[in-house]
Write a protein that binds this ligand. Structure first.
Ligand code: 5GP
Length: 189
């Protein structure tokens, strides 16, 4: 994932609290070619896993999730942070947002996940693993199989990877950042 790495090093900016701002190509303006390249790499890593559904959480995971679903030729479901009155029966849990420092409900309509599904969770960042933990719980409620997780960026100085590995969840991160100290983006080995 050299291109993604290069863009992060060139355009990424640090915010207080160990947050990386990548608004120019992931979180606000989106670079579709970069998302496609990321999706190709995710496919390569999960080759042969017979994934039937890509799952993400709104909003920033949707772009890489859609490209992944397009290449896998399978549907993409995003967990909604506010359960609409039209949703009906749903799998639900709570998620703590690292960037917003708030807790919200997340829901997926029951009709979109079934025990027959083999699910890949795709998101932009892995920080402390709260979003992914919520997805683990939703997939558990549905009876589907969580094949694994894929993140564009993992911050290895935060606890997410350990949290997921303790839950027995496979973690694949395209770019791993070891530190944002002094606003220097340092990549993990
Ligand atoms: P976690 O749930 O793993 O603690 O945090 C992951 C979620 O928080 C991601 O879905 C992402 O939207 C947001 N997030 C976490 N860290 C960062 C960051 O450094 N920069 C940005 N832009 N979003 C982040």
């Amino acid at each position: 994932m050299n291109t993604l790495t290069e863009r992060i090093l060139r355009e990424g900016r640090c915010l207080p609290g160990g947050i990386l701002k990548v608004d120019g190509f992931i979180n606000h303006q989106i670079d579709p070619s970069l998302m496609k390249a990321a999706a190709e790499e995710i496919l390569r890593r999960y080759a042969g896993e017979r994934i039937t559904k890509v799952l993400t959480i709104e909003a920033s995971g949707i772009a890489p999730a859609i490209l992944t679903g397009l290449l896998l030729d399978c549907p993409v479901v995003f967990a909604k942070k506010k359960k609409p009155s039209t949703m009906g029966e749903a799998f639900s849990t709570q998620v703590f947002s690292f960037t917003k420092q708030t807790t919200s409900d997340v829901s997926v309509a029951r009709q979109f996940l079934s025990p027959a599904d083999r699910v890949l969770f795709v998101d932009d960042f892995l920080a402390h693993g709260n979003a992914a933990k919520a997805i683990v719980e939703i997939v558990r409620q549905s009876g589907a199989t969580l094949v694994g997780t894929a993140f564009l960026i993992e911050k290895t100085f935060q606890s997410g990877s350990g949290v997921l590995q303790d839950l027995g969840v496979r973690v694949e991160s395209l770019v791993r950042i070891a530190s944002l100290d002094d606003c220097v983006i340092t990549l993990a080995e």
